[in-house]
Design a protein around this ligand. Structure first.
Ligand SMILES: [Mn+2]
Length: 270
């Protein structure tokens, strides 16, 4: 029995199945963790979501920004964008079932026995694990409630850019969702800059990758995330495991076996 954490799939179904074959993934005995952004940009979004739904007892998916966008579009509160490639999901008979299942996925997953925490974009440095778990649960509860549509309709936006425990309502929820799913660079005070998507080495003056700030996470706890294909880090980098290796951009899809830390990468097969 093994547990594999997999980077951003983004609708690359053929590559996902090729990676699973390469690692001899057995859904009867093994588990998968996915860092989110399982759909969009690639051409197999429906196939990926159907597959994960079918093996849901064996997989943990944390929500990424593309996953939240699909949920918002399917709920009718956000427009489909030109670059979106998940119309196959929206037009499928199982659209409601699949999007509801996705909406009920967590923002953060922590496994004590594997000593690992997984989110889509990383861990906001001013939050320790307990705080991050509490805040993730706030937004997960909102997404699973009957009021999820009003929240999704105000989800989009970059403000507030700085965490403050005194934040309330949708501003609070938007910051939490942004920190878990869109974070890349910030300043030394913890202000998020959500528009920069370039290479990690070209951060604008005054901004740095979030993981350069002192973290409140126990340095012995592994932090697994993706989201930033242009952030190429050794695996691991300290206790960080950045698993987005740019599959949807023609590069690789990566899996990390949590039990022994072995890394597997395959070339894009789309
Ligand atoms: Mn992302």
């Amino acid at each position: 029995m093994a547990t594999y954490a997999i980077g951003d799939v983004q609708g690359c179904y053929k590559t996902l199945r090729y990676l699973l074959k390469t690692i001899s993934f057995d859904p009867k005995h093994d588990h998968l963790w996915l860092v989110g952004d399982v759909i969009n940009r690639g051409l197999g979004s429906l196939a990926v979501l159907n597959y994960l739904y079918d093996i849901q007892d064996r997989c943990v998916v944390v929500l990424g920004n593309h996953d939240l966008h699909l949920i918002a579009v399917s709920a009718g509160v956000a427009p489909l964008k030109k670059a979106d490639t998940f119309s196959d999901i929206l037009e499928d008979d199982k659209a409601d079932l699949l999007c509801t299942w996705l909406r009920e996925r967590p923002l953060l997953h922590y496994d004590d026995s594997l000593n690992a925490v997984m989110t889509h974009a990383g861990l906001y440095p001013l939050w320790d694990l307990k705080t991050a778990q509490r805040l993730a649960l706030e937004v997960e509860t909102l997404l699973r409630s009957d009021d999820y549509k009003p929240f999704l309709s105000v989800l989009y936006g970059n403000e507030p850019s700085l965490w403050n425990e005194a934040l309330t309502g949708y501003d609070r929820a938007r910051f939490i969702a942004n920190a878990f799913t869109r974070m890349r660079v910030m300043n030394s005070n913890g202000h998020l800059e959500l528009d920069y998507k370039g290479p990690v080495e070209n951060c604008p003056d005054g901004w740095m990758p979030w993981f350069k700030l002192p973290s409140l996470l126990d340095q012995n706890t592994r932090l697994i995330f993706g989201h930033w294909a242009q952030c190429v880090l050794p695996i691991p980098y300290q206790n960080h495991y950045q698993l987005d290796s740019g599959c949807v951009w023609g590069l690789q899809l990566t899996a990390l076996r949590l039990e022994d830390g072995k890394v597997f990468s395959v070339e894009n097969q789309e």
